[in-house]
Design a protein around this ligand. Sequence first.
Ligand code: GAR
Length: 206
Amino acid sequence: MKKIIVLISGQGSNLQSIINACYHKQINAKVVAVFSDRSSAYGLTYARKAQIPANIIIPNTFTDRQHFDFVLSQEIDRYKPDLIVLAGYMRILSNFFVNHFKGMIINIHPSLLPKYPGLNTHRKVLENGDLEHGLSVHFVTNKLDSGPIITQKKIAIVPTDNEMSIIKRIKHQEHIIYPIVIKWFIEGRLIMKEEQAWLDGKKIPI
Ligand code: GAR
């Protein structure tokens, strides 16, 4: 059985959707461990409920990012994972970490990348009066919220929207799309090659 590690920092609703998809065999793999950089991350409770090891590694106990990521990578290596899923993990990864797990880290980001990398994407969409917004799933490379895009989903912004209503609609889509992408990867259909995402032997044209 293939092994998935999920990194979180917060609520963990995407983690829960991945755990569910594994439980219902939509994804033929197991979440073998969850890591959080925050002890308060609510998502840890989802891991514990599913009897998945819930590890907390707090950054400010380390000298620098490199050191933190080195220890995190060693802890992750113990599980011999096939895939590392960032699910609301709000730390920038060091080059060391990204290179160590090259081609096997994916991220979900609440914007139509390359638009709005970083934080507060929903607020920026509202402030700029955008008529559409969305989410992106991508392989992780050394640039923040960058890396080959695997898939995107657009949503329309309506005049009555606020940050909460947008978050709700985006997350609803995330919970559908992320398990599908993970399934592709686990089945060997999705790979990163030549700094591009490939599905079923074809470059993903995004
Ligand atoms: C998700 O909306 C995800 O796209 C975003 O954090 C949220 C986590 O929600 N990720 C990023 O902003 C990464 N740059 P969750 O904790 O409920 O899964």
